[in-house]
Design a protein around this ligand. Structure first.
Ligand SMILES: CC(C)(COP(=O)(O)OP(=O)(O)OC[C@H]1O[C@@H](n2cnc3c(N)ncnc32)[C@H](O)[C@@H]1OP(=O)(O)O)[C@@H](O)C(=O)NCCC(=O)NCCS
Length: 287
């Protein structure tokens, strides 16, 4: 597959995955996804756009998010919607770009877990999913890749903070095969590292990869991603995407065989809302 074919597949996939948990609405050049579960989704340029995106389009999209009580957030593949970044900046939104990587599963350089650690896929079990999500929350609260002291002792307190609606959503999505979670466990059955993938047809994306700070730099994230890619291949997926937080994590993924194919842009407007929200903002799996 060529790099361009990968980019087109990525754009198609990134538009399809929110539709597994939302109802869509067209707002100018964008599609807005109204969540039907505890996951929320960034809006996106509607595929097949022929004209450039304007700052006024972004402002109009923000107003519609306000009316619905949704976070003002947009995401796009930079190579597909090159005008989106400047339109968002000129509308006063905060913009970031992340490396977009891709892997054909047969090209993986697999990493096995170190001795004493077992990596397994999770069933649709609330308690397992809750513990796994607590692990992800601790990981993302502690920097991008620095090691630290937070380990399994932090899990119990974090478990209590996990949003129960989000776990119900993961439970249902796991049962339907829309979300797959894998985790690395120590010999006491405690999770040390976690990741997910979200297959739609023959494409998937690895998201929410996190390792407890006290257990980093032992190859645990690499072993979890290896298991996710193997699971994806068993489900007939032939393209695995991944949006890296930065160059540090991109290096880890490139060692597994992922190749950079482009960039994903994301924009948020966190300035005060024009109208009060009608419902609470929900969470989304971090990328
Ligand atoms: C990014 C993150 C998931 C990496 O987790 P990890 O389990 O430490 O990852 P790995 O151990 O597989 O690889 C990390 C590094 O350790 C190295 N490493 C692996 N095994 C090692 C070992 N036995 N001894 C020393 N170094 C080792 C890897 O080569 C890699 O090196 P690099 O920094 O040059 O790429 C983790 O830091 C984290 O949770 N960060 C916060 C959340 C986040 O940013 N997630 C990523 C979103 S894209």
């Amino acid at each position: 597959m060529t790099r361009r074919a990968h980019i087109d597949r990525a754009d198609e996939y990134l538009h399809a995955v929110p539709l597994t948990g939302s109802e869509s609405e067209t707002v100018g050049p964008f599609t807005l996804f109204r969540p039907t579960s505890a996951l929320s989704y960034y809006g996106r340029p509607t595929p097949g756009l022929s004209s450039a995106i304007d700052p006024a389009d972004v402002t109009r999209f923000g107003h519609r998010c306000d009316e619905l009580g949704l976070p003002r957030a947009l995401e796009w593949v930079v190579e597909i919607a090159p005008s989106a970044s400047s339109a968002c900046v000129n509308a006063g939104w905060d913009v970031v770009e992340h490396p977009l990587l891709a892997l054909e599963p047969s090209q993986i350089a697999p990493v096995v877990s170190p001795p004493g650690v077992t990596v397994r896929r999770l069933r649709a079990d609330r308690s397992d999913l809750r513990q796994a999500w607590a692990t992800v929350q601790i990981a993302f609260a502690h920097g991008r890749s620095d090691t630290g002291t937070a380990g399994t002792a932090a899990l119990e307190a974090e478990n209590a903070r996990v949003d129960s609606d989000l776990i119900s959503t993961f439970e249902q999505r796991t049962a339907r095969g829309e979300t797959v979670t894998a985790a690395a466990y120590d010999d006491g059955g405690r999770p040390l590292a976690v990741g997910q993938h979200q297959p739609v047809g023959s494409t998937t994306e690895v998201v929410a990869v996190g390792t407890l700070p006290a257990h980093r730099r032992q190859g645990l994230a690499a072993a979890v991603i290896t298991t996710l890619v193997q699971d994806a291949a068993e489900r007939g997926v032939d393209l695995v995407l991944l949006s890296a937080a930065g160059d540090d994590s991109a290096r880890l993924y490139e060692r597994l065989g992922f190749r950079r194919i482009g960039s994903v842009g994301a924009a948020e407007d966190t300035r005060p809302r024009a109208v009060p929200p009608r419902s609470a903002d929900a969470g989304s799996p971090p990328r």
